[in-house]
Ligand binder design. Structure first.
Ligand SMILES: [Zn+2]
Length: 108
């Protein structure tokens, strides 16, 4: 019976892909820039890193620190993060006006 249960657990793990989930939310659920309550969002974890435009990183750090991540996604690893609606809107606006400098990885 134990062998059957172990095989069933292994089969479920293989079918589902053995994903891991890590809580990467910060200590506060309030955006320090916009002073609004943020949403808890689950996103893919990073698969390697990417070199981002310096101006984008500096602007993002000051104006939209709680937005969607910009790295190649790894579907086997998931993160729970806080996303601020105002930060996400500013991130979209910045990307729309600077389309050639930031990669467009699907992170949602
Ligand atoms: Zn914000």
């Amino acid at each position: 019976m134990r062998k059957i249960l172990a095989l069933a657990a292994l089969a479920v793990g293989l079918v589902t892909g053995c994903t891991s989930l890590r809580d990467a939310r910060g200590p506060s659920e309030i955006c320090e820039v916009h002073h609004t309550l943020m949403n808890t969002v689950e996103v893919p974890g990073p698969h390697g890193s990417t070199q981002l435009d310096r101006d984008y990183v500096e602007t993002g750090t000051r104006l939209f620190p709680h937005c969607y991540p910009d790295y190649p996604p790894d579907q086997r690893h998931r993160l729970v993060i806080y996303v601020c609606n105002d930060c996400a809107r500013l991130q979209r606006d910045w990307k729309r006006t600077h389309q050639t400098t930031v990669p467009a990885y699907p992170s949602r």
